[in-house]
Design a protein around this ligand. Structure first.
Ligand code: HEC
Ligand code: HEC
Length: 331
């Protein structure tokens, strides 16, 4: 360490620091640097006045502009929603089975439907819609309640055997455990199991039992009835399992699959998006709606393009669009 002194060459004072004879000049800070430094201080003061800055016990100072990242996101969502509004109106303006005729509308519906499906349906039907025991596979062309897009929309809108929606699809297979003997049920289980192999549903003693107890709903040909959600028993697709124990159990207790209604919760435009999505998964059937009830439902709602239909949902309500980021296809 040496003393501060005036450097001979530059005539500038040294700081007194000395490393092996190399000394440091005490030059003043460059003016540009100093002004930048002052500007930063000024900027930070102004910033803390206008924007959220100082942490407090709960929260932080808000800033006089009232800006927040949350507000920013809300604005973005509102913007996306506005962009979607034309599609949502378009979905409500046409008959459900005509959505497909408009490529742009169909694309929107399928994308939005896929996002809605992930959020609302995958916990029961599986993220790929392949279903599980008791929860039908929506990828195949085997439909309990009809596979035309109007049938699917009705199922989604009102659900199945639930207590919330008076228009829910409903039917009830009796619990035959209380009506038939164990032997009869065992015989029926074996009989039903053999139906996909081409056994005549009405042949033999089990066939007689089938004719007396089962054919009213499942049909003399055992091919079921989509009007009442009675499954086709000849197609080797089983909702509740095809081993003898499962079949005996199914016949004894009478299955009662419940699906919640979505019309009120999601709004009609979202229901239609979901129907378009499910319909194009692979098993959708073409053509006009199958059942009379669905036709009435359809005409009733097609007449009210600006509203969300009798279910009361409001498609312009941003709260009912929980998925705008996903619907824009970033996922
Ligand atoms: C709580 C579980 C659950 C949720 C959530 C659920 N479903 Fe279902 N869904 C079911 C059950 C159970 C059935 C079969 C009912 C039966 O046995 O008739 C079903 C049947 C269906 C059917 C009729 C299939 C056929 O073969 O006719 C469609 C279509 C359908 N669901 C679509 C959806 C869509 C779309 C969503 C999301 C908005 C959804 N489901 C959410 C349980 C659920
Ligand atoms: C009142 C109408 C009705 C009658 C009568 C009826 N069923 Fe059913 N059956 C249904 C319905 C509806 C379902 C579907 C229930 C569900 O999805 O939860 C069903 C489901 C089944 C299943 C399950 C199919 C699968 O994919 O897993 C079997 C097996 C079955 N029925 C056998 C019978 C037999 C055998 C009889 C006669 C002893 C019978 N049913 C009588 C309406 C009926």
């Amino acid at each position: 360490m040496s003393e501060k002194r005036i450097d001979d060459v530059t005539g500038t004072e040294t700081t007194g620091h000395n490393w092996d004879g190399i000394e440091e000049l005490n030059n003043p800070l460059p003016r540009w640097w100093l002004w930048t430094f002052y500007a930063c201080i000024l900027f930070s003061v102004v910033y803390t006045i206008f924007f959220p800055a100082w942490p407090l016990v709960s929260g932080a100072t808000q800033g006089v502009l009232g800006w927040s990242t949350r507000g920013e996101v809300a604005r973005d969502i509102a913007q996306i929603d506005e962009g979607q509004q034309q599609y949502r109106e378009g979905l409500l303006a046409v008959d459900v089975h005509m959505i497909r005729d408009n490529e742009e509308l169909q694309n929107y519906a399928v994308q939005a439907g896929a996002a809605l499906f992930r959020n609302n349906c995958s916990q029961c039907h599986g993220s790929g819609a392949a279903g599980a025991v008791g929860y039908p596979n929506l990828l195949d062309d085997d439909w309990l309640w009809g596979g035309r897009i109007e049938d699917i929309a009705y199922t989604i809108r009102h659900g199945i055997r639930n207590e919330e929606d008076p228009d829910a699809r409903f039917s009830q297979m009796p619990a035959f455990g209380e009506m038939l003997t164990e032997g009869e049920i065992a015989g029926l289980a074996r009989h039903v199991q053999s139906l996909p192999d081409g056994t005549d549903p009405l042949s033999g003693p089990a066939g007689q039992l089938f004719a007396d107890n089962c054919a009213t709903c499942h049909g003399d040909d055992a091919q079921g009835d989509p009007e009442i959600g009675a499954p086709d028993l000849t197609d080797a697709i089983w909702l509740y399992g095809s081993d003898i124990a499962s079949l005996e159990d199914t016949i004894s207790r009478g299955p009662f699959g419940v699906m919640p209604p979505w019309g009120e919760r999601l709004g009609e435009a979202n229901v239609r998006s979901l129907a378009a999505y499910v319909h194009q998964l692979g098993g959708g059937e073409a053509g006009e709606p199958r059942s009379e009830t669905n036709v009435e439902e359809q005409i009733g709602e097609g007449d009210v393009p600006e509203g969300a239909g009798p279910t009361g949902g409001d498609p312009s309500d941003p709260d009912q669009v929980p998925f705008p980021e996903e619907a824009s296809g970033t996922d």
